[in-house]
Design a protein around this ligand. Structure first.
Ligand code: XMP
Length: 322
């Protein structure tokens, strides 16, 4: 079915919230639902809409898949506690690393993450509390890119013809699927979410696994996590749409303390974009790149001897590497 887009410029966020709350109540009736909150603007907005409509009948989980950034679980739980919403942290690192073992193809890696979320983790949570619905922060751009075959976004199911009720035992509720990132930010603000959330940089569902080229292992995730923290901190003042560190699979020859070191490579990307459909590299200052980012990454992230900056726009690049 064709989805009717609501453009950010035409969006009346208060009216949107009212309509979605009514719609959710109609769909869920007196049943229970779950939502997986990552702390990003899409899942946070979905959680708040769901909570407004259903109160405690919506159970909120943070899935710790081992692929998230430094300190993310605690930060998300504490932000939502302040909003009166209890977040339960689910430990699922083992399941995700097991599913990713030996996989190098980007789409296979994405598929392994999707299956682990939907078939294993969400199905288990749904059964445990007797819920029938899963709330989802899917936005229009996710749907379009998946349908176009560019990248299988981790959260696209129904639009690919997957009957979630038959396959996994629950129905999806996707209140944001008519809007894009800029629209979601307006709704998030209208719902009273803090600026740290409504202006938060996007972070992909497959998390740091989207930034490890080749096989994803706990060791590689630890390296990219460290590099990500440096990149996000040093580029904070750029006001970019998104910035990231990517760990390459190939090694290159470097020198450390006068000796040859066949080391790792990190690629830095920093994007200007309005809605993630197209993007251009930010003109980051040379000083920031060389003296802050390259120096810190090569000094602090073990084994890295080379740091590069991506200068390609989207298209032909995409924003994430995987
Ligand atoms: P790409 O790499 O497709 O990224 O140019 C466009 C935007 O989407 C984010 N992204 C994802 N978001 N699930 C998500 O929720 C995903 O599987 C996914 N893959 C990419 C990416 O971070 C960027 O903002």
């Amino acid at each position: 079915m064709e989805i009717k887009e609501i453009k950010a410029g035409e969006l009346d966020p208060k009216k949107f919230v009212k309509e979605k709350v009514e719609e959710i109540r109609k769909i869920v009736g007196d049943g229970k639902a779950i939502v997986a909150l990552s702390g990003g603007v899409d899942s946070s907005t979905t959680t708040l809409l769901g909570h407004k409509a259903l109160g405690d009948r919506l159970k909120v989980y943070f899935i710790d898949d081992g692929l998230m950034r430094e300190g993310e679980a605690k930060q998300v739980a504490s932000t939502f506690k302040k909003l009166g919403i209890k977040v339960r942290i689910v430990s699922a690192q083992r399941e995700f690393f097991e599913a990713l073992k030996g996989k190098i193809d980007p789409e296979e890696k994405r598929e392994a993450i999707t299956q682990t979320f939907y078939r294993v983790i969400f199905a288990r949570l749904i059964r445990a509390i007797g819920a029938k619905f899963l709330f989802h922060g899917t936005i229009l751009t996710d749907i379009e890119e998946t349908i176009a075959g560019i990248k299988r976004q981790h959260n696209i199911l129904e639009q690919l013809g997957i009957d979630t009720e038959k396959e996994f035992g629950y129905k999806l509720v996707e209140p944001l699927k008519q809007i894009r990132k800029d629209g979601v930010r307006k709704v998030a603000k209208a719902l009273g979410l803090p600026e740290s959330i409504y202006n938060r940089m996007p972070f992909p569902g497959p998390a740091l696994a989207a930034r490890v080229i080749g096989e994803v292992t706990p060791e590689k995730i630890a390296l990219v996590r460290q590099a990500t923290a440096i990149v996000e901190k040093e580029l904070k003042t750029e006001g970019a749409f998104q910035c990231m560190a990517i760990l390459h699979n190939d090694r290159v020859t470097g020198i450390r303390e006068g000796k040859r070191e066949f080391g790792l490579q990190i690629e830095v990307r920093c994007w200007d974009s309005r809605d993630a459909r197209t993007a251009a590299p930010t003109e980051v200052s040379w000083i920031t790149l060389i003296y802050k980012i390259a120096e810190r990454i090569t000094n602090e992230v073990p084994g890295v001897v080379s740091v590069t900056y991506n200068i390609t726009p989207k298209p032909p690049s995409t924003m994430e590497a995987v």
